[in-house]
Ligand binder design. Structure first.
Ligand SMILES: [Zn+2]
Ligand SMILES: [Zn+2]
Length: 412
């Protein structure tokens, strides 16, 4: 693994384009020393003291090189664009969708999603959270300042089309940049983004909670909002990985009665600690638990649930989510990829079902999710079972690839 540790000498400064950036360099602090051993801890807030943006040696990020390999690659000096910022990354989550790129042959993950492979290495990581270290001259100081704690809405679009103007840049008609996939992401000490991608991180929330909100937890929140979930609902949530477990935690906080379903007994059991009222092991050996739909009917007086959510992306999970819904119920799919077969008349029409797809969240939805979590003090950090430093990336992804732990994060 050709990772060169940072050196102890003073950094040489990249050219300083604006007075604002000079100010940023005086305010932002960076030790350049990556922690190397033990369990990493999250730093608590914005850096302070006199220091500067990084020298070249610190600017190495993790890039997937195909077939379950990764490498540390150098990235350009992080000088902000006029309308951009440089973030000092404090937490960068590992997401199940990263495994698509990690496992595929080089470039194969991009091709599978219809993106062109430029051949240039891309820094991975699409759950960025950190502190603004430098700011471009055209960024309105009423919106962002050096030292602000922020998350990144991990897409950038044209800023002009209707989707971009409503905060749904992932739907940009020109095709978005997806950070960590087609643009350099957060598995690096620093990351450059346009200021329009930033979403404030409430003071009450940790950086790792911010990283979770930047993808899986925000996706769960967006789906529950799309379903208009309320305390009157019983919701069945299929899949208790990081997105499903987040949905369980958020739905319980919204007052709903939550039935958590997973094929893994361990994951289903874990959902209880996140607020699930009932747990069901789908396909379990016990006849009463083998068919989740029958078990859900039994828990709802034979009516089924008013809301169901599939986070698994598996055909069986999607089918069960439809079949367990009560008349006039709402079903939401967030799991990516694959297909499902539905017997339309009995399973949808006769039940007057509403079936919706929900793809991540807008910038506004991301901020709403963060505020909801902060106001209720939800322990989102409990999602994380593995905390790593960036130089442990090879081991972190090897373990994450095994899929027998919970969510993982790099802390810087
Ligand atoms: Zn993700
Ligand atoms: Zn656009």
């Amino acid at each position: 693994m050709p990772f060169k540790p940072p050196q102890a000498s003073q950094p040489s400064l990249p050219a300083c384009p604006t007075p604002l950036v000079q100010l940023a360099r005086l305010v932002a602090k960076r030790t350049h020393a990556m922690p190397r051993q033990g369990v990493p801890h999250e730093s608590t807030g914005p850096a302070s003291g006199a220091s500067n943006l990084p020298r070249e040696a610190a600017m190495q990020g993790v890039s997937f090189t195909g077939d379950r390999t990764l490498d540390f690659v150098a990235v350009d000096d992080p000088t902000p664009a006029p309308n951009g910022v440089v973030l000092e990354i404090k937490a960068s989550g590992l997401c199940g969708s990263d495994l698509k790129f990690y496992r595929a042959p080089r470039g194969g993950g991009l091709a599978a999603l219809g993106f062109k492979d430029s051949g240039a290495p891309i820094i991975a990581g699409h759950e960025p959270c950190g502190v603004i270290a430098a700011i471009g001259r055209e960024v309105d100081p009423r919106r962002h300042r050096v030292g602000d704690r922020v998350m990144v809405h991990h897409y950038h679009g044209c800023d002009v089309c209707e989707h971009c103007r409503t905060g749904w840049t992932q739907m940009c008609v020109d095709g978005p940049v997806v950070y960590g996939v087609t643009g350099n992401g957060a598995h690096a000490p620093y990351m450059q983004v346009p200021a329009s991608t930033l979403v404030s991180l409430p003071d009450e929330l940790s950086f790792s909670t911010g990283a979770a909100i930047s993808c899986g937890t925000g996706t769960a929140y967006g789906a529950l909002v799309r379903m208009n979930l309320s305390a009157r609902d019983t919701v069945a949530i299929f899949g208790q990985g990081p997105v499903g477990l987040s949905a369980t935690q958020l739905a319980a906080a919204m007052g709903a009665r939550v039935i958590a379903v997973d094929t893994s007994a361990a994951r289903a059991t874990r959902a209880t600690a996140f607020g699930a009222t009932h747990t069901i092991v789908a396909g379990g050996g016990d006849a009463s638990e083998g068919d989740p739909v029958a078990a859900i009917q039994a828990l709802t007086g034979g009516r089924g649930v008013s809301c169901s959510l599939d986070t698994s992306g598996a055909a069986a999970g999607r089918s069960a989510a439809v079949r367990c819904a009560a008349a006039w119920g709402t079903v939401c799919f967030v799991g990516e990829g694959g297909q499902v077969t539905i017997d339309v008349s009995p399973e949808i029409l006769r039940k007057q079902l509403t079936i919706i797809g929900s793809w991540t969240f807008s910038t506004v939805g991301q901020a709403d999710c963060a505020r909801f979590i902060a106001d209720r003090g939800l322990p989102v950090d409990d999602l994380f079972t593995d905390r790593w430093t960036l130089d442990q990336a090879a081991e972190a992804y090897r373990v994450f690839d095994g899929q027998d732990t919970g969510k993982a994060v790099f802390l810087m």
